[in-house]
Design a protein around this ligand. Structure first.
Ligand code: HPA
Length: 243
């Protein structure tokens, strides 16, 4: 047991899917895994372990923002033997060629947070996904998109501390620098994985178009995340067998 996770040693698999919302973790566990047990519920940040494609796999919420996600990722990596975390989340976009429900695979993550400078001696840390997980996700996305069409993009994310950002010029900057998705956790998750010598990846569904002021309804948010969940599960499994 750690300050934020009331599980026992061995309760978690070595790979964890990590949505922001603990109830989404419950949904993923119940809808996609078999032989599910709840392994942690401290502060209602639910975590489950079950099986998918004959492999033991866990799923746990991260909460919103880099401080929350970094705490859970750090405790999973350093105290529970977790080796790989795949964040499966949502993001906004400012790009004209990206639409709602598209999937963004986060190769890297910029940030307006000071979290990585605090951790990395005051220098700018290049927060990047683990290449093996990224390569597996790219292959899995291509195969899946051929069978049941969805669009996916691979590139840079921007992890922000401010969901409601008063800086109205920010979207121009994001577009100019080819930022595909704006979310709130990846840059923190990637540096924690680097610190712990483990692997991390972020896969997001676009739920908000910040330029066109479009957003998915609450119902659409639930159902449209299933492609990203399936992609994350396939990536998880193939990361043990394919490369
Ligand atoms: N900004 C930051 N995080 C998000 C957004 C957004 O527009 N949409 C989903 N997560």
């Amino acid at each position: 047991m750690t300050p934020h996770i009331n599980a026992k040693q061995g309760d978690f698999a070595d790979i964890v899917l990590m949505p922001g919302d603990p109830l989404r973790a419950k949904h993923i566990a119940n809808a996609f895994l078999t032989d599910v047990i709840e392994v942690t519920n401290l502060r209602n940040m639910l975590g489950f372990t079950g099986s998918y494609a004959n492999r033991r796999l866990s799923v746990m919420g991260s909460g919103m923002g880099m401080p929350s996600a970094s705490i859970y990722a750090r405790e999973l990596f350093s105290e529970f033997g977790v080796k790989k975390i795949i964040r499966v989340g949502t993001c906004g976009t400012a790009k004209a060629d990206i639409n709602l429900k598209h999937i963004i695979i986060g190769m890297g993550a910029c940030t307006d947070s000071n979290i990585n400078r605090s951790r990395f001696g005051g220098y700018d840390f290049a927060a990047i996904a683990d290449y093996q997980l990224l390569a597996c996700a790219a292959v899995a996305a291509k195969k899946m998109a051929l069978k049941s069409p969805f669009r996916f993009h691979i590139g840079n994310l921007f992890s922000t501390d401010l969901f409601y950002n008063p800086d109205t010029t920010l979207l121009d900057l994001m577009r100019q620098y080819q930022i595909l998705g704006i979310e709130m956790e990846a840059a923190g998750l990637y540096s924690v994985a680097a610190e712990c010598g483990t692997q991390a990846l972020t896969i997001c569904t676009v739920t908000d178009h910040l330029q066109r002021q479009e957003k998915l309804s609450t119902d659409e948010r639930q159902t449209s995340l299933n492609d990203a969940i399936e992609l994350s599960l396939t990536t998880a499994i193939s990361s043990y067998t394919d490369l």
